[in-house]
Design a protein around this ligand. Structure first.
Ligand SMILES: Cc1cc2nc3c(=O)[nH]c(=O)nc-3n(C[C@H](O)[C@H](O)[C@H](O)COP(=O)(O)OP(=O)(O)OC[C@H]3O[C@@H](n4cnc5c(N)ncnc54)[C@H](O)[C@@H]3O)c2cc1C
Length: 450
């Protein structure tokens, strides 16, 4: 007999499964489905621990290795883990963490949070801006303003536009993973190379250890080792653009400079974008400019005098904001040409490892989270046939992510335009009288259905 009860209080369903006279508690309907499928197949859930008169489900399902514990890696570990699979995350750093900076979250990724039952946790730490705006960096004049939230329309599917501290997003995913007993999180474990045979994947770590699994999802970022083996397209493309990032406390931002909008000040070969974070307790700034001075690299400090020089013609409000930052972190911005194939047998790429993009559409993390949800759904549909699950995921994702990669470059040109190009941009960005708010971006922000 099977008895299902859904707990209305939590977003996660609670399912009871009476099997061989014992009652097992499942925290998610999908865990139940995996175990149920296995029972039908003559396999039973095991590794069960007793709490009171129920048992916690801890199935030793398909063992999937995830290389990289960034936003993409943790999102896919969680999406697979809640479906009952055993997942081991292999992260090179000595602890799980993220660089302190803000990122924007389009409505498409809130659709994924809803799917993953993470909306509540995200909403607790995100900030919901009142509008997306663009001003001219020299004159200060407004080019376009798109109201959001209560003030403006949400997307037709009802999901908001938010901004979040990367650390907080990462922490939400990490906490979600830690709750699931079938996810193992390993640090100080750097993938050096991998091999695969008919039924398994062997990951060789840089320190000589080996980790075996049934499949490998590589979420090891822009400089992915696994990509070298699957795609082999060399180093990423250095765009010639660099980003300086800083985060201020709310009290360090004078009120005349504070804004609850995502505001972008665009100009020739430069832009500054700022928005609040952590429910308004912090203020995030990102200054971007063209520079051939830097080749490649990540996570270094910026040169404030170079920044002042680049923004010498900016309006007083921008100058004043820039002057408040003592220390900037610098990123050399890179991307790659889109490619069609990200999978080889039991190994597959996800997130920046698969489709690194410039940040101009603010979608890299969002695409990684969409990837995670699609990949888990394909694994669920294909059972133990990883090669076909990964192929189906790849086919479903490559054109959407390629479009974002290429549009991101185009938006970089848009933001940094001058002269006639800038005039044309302003003309194109003017709201059309009959268009619904955000219609031009509906292909992106309406998101995907899983
Ligand atoms: C300036 C800037 C602004 C951005 N703004 C936004 C935004 O507003 N919105 C948005 O959605 N995105 C934004 N992005 C993009 C976003 O940050 C990335 O797309 C996202 O972090 C990619 O996540 P990932 O997990 O695929 O890769 P990563 O975040 O790079 O994570 C890779 C992980 O793998 C680990 N790793 C690497 N190699 C190995 C190995 N060999 N073995 C084991 N572990 C390994 C790394 O330590 C890391 O933890 C921005 C990026 C930049 C640079």
């Amino acid at each position: 007999m099977i008895c299902i009860s859904v707990d209305g209080r939590a977003q996660v369903g609670s399912v009871l499964f009476e099997s061989f006279g014992q009652v097992v508690a499942f925290h998610h309907r999908s865990h139940f489905l995996v175990a149920f499928r296995r029972c039908i197949d003559g396999r039973t859930a095991h590794n069960v621990t007793r709490t009171g008169n129920t048992r916690e489900y801890m199935d030793q399902g398909l063992h999937i290795l995830v290389a990289g514990g960034g936003i993409g890696g943790l999102a896919v570990a969680y999406a697979l883990g809640r479906d009952g699979h055993d997942v081991t995350v292999i992260e090179q750093a000595s602890e799980f963490g993220e660089i302190g900076a803000g990122i924007q979250l389009g409505p498409n990724v809130f659709r994924m949070f809803s799917y993953l039952d993470l909306t509540e946790a995200i909403n607790e730490v995100a900030f919901f801006p009142s509008a997306l705006c663009m001003n001219d960096v020299c004159t200060g004049e407004r080019v376009v303003r798109m109201p959001l939230g209560d003030e403006g329309a949400r997307t037709p599917n009802g999901y908001p536009y938010g901004v979040i501290y990367r650390v907080d997003l990462h922490q939400v995913l990490l906490s979600a993973c830690r709750v699931l007993p079938n996810i193992t999180l390993r640090t100080s474990a750097r993938l050096a190379h991998f091999e695969q045979s008919a039924g398994s994947v062997q990951v060789h770590l840089a320190d000589g250890r080996r980790v075996d699994g049934e499949a490998l999802v590589a979420a090891d970022g822009l400089w992915s080792k696994v990509r070298e083996a699957i795609v082999g397209d060399g180093k990423p493309r250095v765009s010639g653009h660099v980003a300086y990032r800083a985060v201020l406390k709310r009290e360090d931002v004078p009120s005349h400079l504070w804004s609850d909008e995502v505001r972008l000040w665009g100009g020739e070969k430069t832009h500054l974008v700022h928005y609040p974070l952590r429910r308004g307790a912090l203020f995030n700034l990102v200054a971007v400019f063209h520079s051939s001075k830097y080749d490649e690299g990540w996570d270094t400090f910026g040169d404030a005098s170079e920044l002042r020089e680049r923004f010498a013609r900016a309006c007083p409000q921008v100058q004043e904001l820039l002057a408040r930052i003592e220390m900037w972190k610098m990123w050399v911005l890179c991307d790659r040409e889109p490619v069609k194939v990200w999978t080889k047998g039991r190994a597959v790429l996800l997130g920046d490892a698969a489709h690194p993009m410039l940040q101009y559409l603010a979608q890299g993390a969002a695409m990684a989270i969409e990837d995670a949800v699609v990949l888990a759904s394909k694994v669920a549909a294909a059972g133990e046939d990883f090669a076909s699950a990964f192929h189906a995921y790849n086919v479903e994702r490559y054109l959407r992510t390629a479009r974002v990669q290429l549009y991101a470059r185009l938006y970089g040109e848009f933001y940094h335009a001058a002269g006639v190009r800038a005039e044309l941009r302003d003309e194109l960005l003017k709201p059309k009288p009959d268009a619904r708010p955000g219609e031009a971006m509906a292909w992106l922000y309406d998101g995907i259905k899983v």
